[in-house]
Design a binder for this molecule. Structure first.
Ligand SMILES: [Zn+2]
Length: 52
């Protein structure tokens, strides 16, 4: 069982944010602003949020 971390990517431009999640992360309702210069959009980080 490897617990490989994945970077969060902006859904608008694909920029890799300096945020990592592990495979079992669960997240919703968390908003970040994209750090890409031409993007700057705010998006919600949703990970496995359908699992309760
Ligand atoms: Zn972006």
């Amino acid at each position: 069982m490897k617990n490989k971390k994945e970077k969060i990517k902006c859904p608008f431009c694909g920029y890799e944010m300096p945020i990592e999640r592990d495979k079992n992360a669960v997240c919703s309702g968390l908003y970040v602003r994209c750090k890409a210069r031409n993007c700057k959009k705010i998006f919600e980080i949703r990970i496995n949020s359908e699992i309760k």
